[in-house]
Design a protein around this ligand. Structure first.
Ligand code: FES
Ligand code: FES
Length: 172
């Protein structure tokens, strides 16, 4: 395994990039990434719902792709770049989506919102104007018990349409 050193039976040493900053840690060998982020690093914007890969509340980006924090071991992020809702918010990469979500009331209790936003961010980063069916399909792995999805789809559709109208160099 690259960049991972076993330390006895219980811990491994990892080197990763988290929200743009290098991070070296000893992690419990069986600790899930979502628990590591929440319990060890106090990055509690990554939520835990089902804890078995169904609800999408624990979504993070690993090397730019969405991944389930509850199905990924912390040890598996060694050598990779992880981004969470906190990092993407701080960098401003989610600003347009977040503004649209607020204006359209697409976040109510907010429990699903970090996962939904990260999935939507990955979806619109292709820069294409997306149909509502494409958006619904892409978000089908993110459960929301409050909104009925309509406002979420409206928000993602609006941002994707604007992104598609922009010259490629202006897209983030
Ligand atoms: S907590 Fe990971 S998918 Fe539900
Ligand atoms: S806003 Fe409450 S679960 Fe989606």
């Amino acid at each position: 395994m690259t960049n991972v050193d076993l330390i006895g039976d219980e811990h491994v040493a990892i080197e990763t990039t988290l929200n743009g900053k290098p991070l070296k840690r000893r992690v419990k060998a069986r600790q899930h990434l979502a628990d590591f982020l929440r319990q060890e690093l106090e990055l509690t914007g990554t939520h835990l719902g089902c804890e078995h890969g169904i609800c999408g509340a624990c979504t993070v980006l690993i090397d730019g792709n969405t991944a389930r924090g509850c199905l990924t071991l912390a040890a598996q992020i060694s050598g990779k770049a992880v981004e969470t809702i906190e990092g993407l918010t701080e960098s401003g990469k989610l600003a347009e989506l977040q503004k649209e979500f607020i204006e359209r009331n697409a976040a109510q209790c907010g429990f699903c919102s970090s996962g939904v936003l990260l999935t939507a961010y990955e979806l619109i980063s292709g820069g294409e104007a997306l149909s509502r069916a494409q958006i619904r399909e892409a978000l089908s792995g993110n459960m929301c018990r409050c909104t009925g999805y309509h406002a979420i789809v409206d928000a993602v559709e609006a941002v994707s349409a604007r992104a598609a109208d922009r010259p490629t160099r202006e897209r983030s």
